[in-house]
Write a protein that binds this ligand. Structure first.
Ligand code: LLP
Length: 385
């Protein structure tokens, strides 16, 4: 079986489960995204909700990317990692006052605002500091991303963004509020989108919205298309670098860019997913009446995506080259949803073997919990191990 490139001998001395990051893959990904976006002068704000590990953030900051934050904690994390404040965008439907103040104090590039109520609060807090806050309105473009319901965001029934029907009154409000400066619009239709036609729909929709706004005399300096580019969870060894070239090409071909207008993106998963694997040890091989279970020392506390979204992660037994057998791969948590995958073909497993759960660099470590009083996983990096 084709497997990833892992220093298994070094792994044997480490306490499992842990996250392992392949820094070469991360750098190849960053080389590609910066080159492809650079062709069109696009601005990239890394969505650190995907992975906020300080070492990973520092590497990404080194490539000159901006950051897309969704909490005060994230704003602080990227400032600490060396991202420039004037490349920070700050989204989220529920920003607390202290979080808004943190953004104002650091003069971040933009608050991506999701409601009229939020506009009033940002205006008030900015006025108290004698500042003018730069804001982008997050619109709900009503484009179906054709992805998992729990990670679809651009539809009318989702809590995110401002619905197009309410856009007029919101614009009037922005004009009234003196401590706000409208710098553009923002949208995000969902995550793990592999069918690029969804992005075509988004580009065309934003053109229409721009035309409507122009008719009202409103020009936009910035268009932010959010994140969402998917990765290949099935072939992390063959196709580790996401399709950045075709993704940006869609926008370059379809978006009617106005003179001087700047285009922004907020990729998260596509930057960090493929560089990370969760490494776990087989505690027991349990032979049931109809199934054979490989019971790991990692569970949904370390990687919640399969339990939460029915997500697929490729699993490899990196300790064995024996002929393959079929296993259900499960964790130790006392819940029946603590299953990584069923009927997986793996090299014959023994107690003590190491398994790699691949493509776990995004929404893996960062979503780990301490349920069952478990410890948070350690992290190791290919270049410092
Ligand atoms: N911008 C906004 C406004 C977002 O809401 C998101 C993700 C992103 C950018 C980054 O999207 P990406 O490029 O990573 O698709 N925990 C889920 C994914 C949640 C995504 C939430 N928003 C998962 O494990 O699949």
């Amino acid at each position: 079986m084709m497997k990833g490139n892992f220093p298994v001998d070094k792994f044997r001395n480490l306490t499992t489960p842990f996250y392992y990051y392949d820094i070469d893959i991360l750098k190849q990904t960053l080389d590609t995204v910066t080159a492809e976006a650079g062709k069109y002068g696009y601005h990239i704000h890394y969505a650190l909700k995907a992975n906020a590990n300080p070492r990973i953030l520092a590497i990404i900051a080194g490539y000159g990317l901006g950051a897309d934050c969704v909490s005060g904690g994230e704003v602080q994390a990227v400032l600490d990692a060396g991202f420039p404040a004037d490349k920070i965008v700050f989204a989220g439907v529920g920003k607390a006052d202290w979080e808004i103040n943190l953004g104002l104090d650091n003069d971040i590039f933009s608050f991506n605002v999701e409601s009229a109520a939020e506009l009033e609060v940002i205006n008030e807090l900015a006025a108290a500091k004698n500042k003018v806050a730069s804001i982008a309105l997050r619109i709900n473009p009503e484009v179906d991303a054709h992805t998992h319901a729990k990670i679809t965001t651009g539809k009318k029934e989702n809590k995110f963004g401002i619905n197009l029907g309410q856009f007029g009154p919101v614009l009037d409000l922005v004009k009234e509020l003196k401590n706000l400066k409208l710098i553009g619009i923002h949208c995000h239709i969902g995550s793990q989108i592999t069918d690029l036609t969804a992005f075509q729909g988004l580009a065309i929709r934003v053109n229409e919205i721009q035309e409507e706004l122009e008719a009202k005399g409103i020009g936009l300096e910035n268009l932010n298309f959010g994140g969402g580019l998917g990765i290949d969870y099935y072939h992390p060894n063959h196709l580790p670098i996401p399709a950045f070239a075709s993704y940006f090409e869609v926008f370059n071909r379809l978006v009617k860019v106005k003179p001087g207008q700047q285009i922004h993106f907020e990729p998260g998963r596509s930057i960090t997913a493929q560089c990370g694997s969760l490494i776990s040890k087989v505690l027991y091989v349990k032979k049931g009446e109809v199934k054979k279970f490989a019971i790991l020392d990692a569970g949904f506390t370390e990687l919640i995506r399969p339990a939460m979204y029915d997500s697929y992660h490729r699993i490899e037994n990196i300790s064995s080259d024996e002929p393959t057998e079929i296993y259900d791969v499960v964790g130790p948590i006392c819940e029946s949803s603590d299953v990584f995958d069923k009927d997986v073909e793996l090299n014959k497993a023994h107690r003590g073997d190491l398994f790699a759960l691949r493509s776990a660099g995004a929404y893996g470590e960062v979503m780990a919990s301490q349920y069952n009083c478990r410890k948070l996983p350690e992290t190791y990096f290919s270049d410092t191990l």
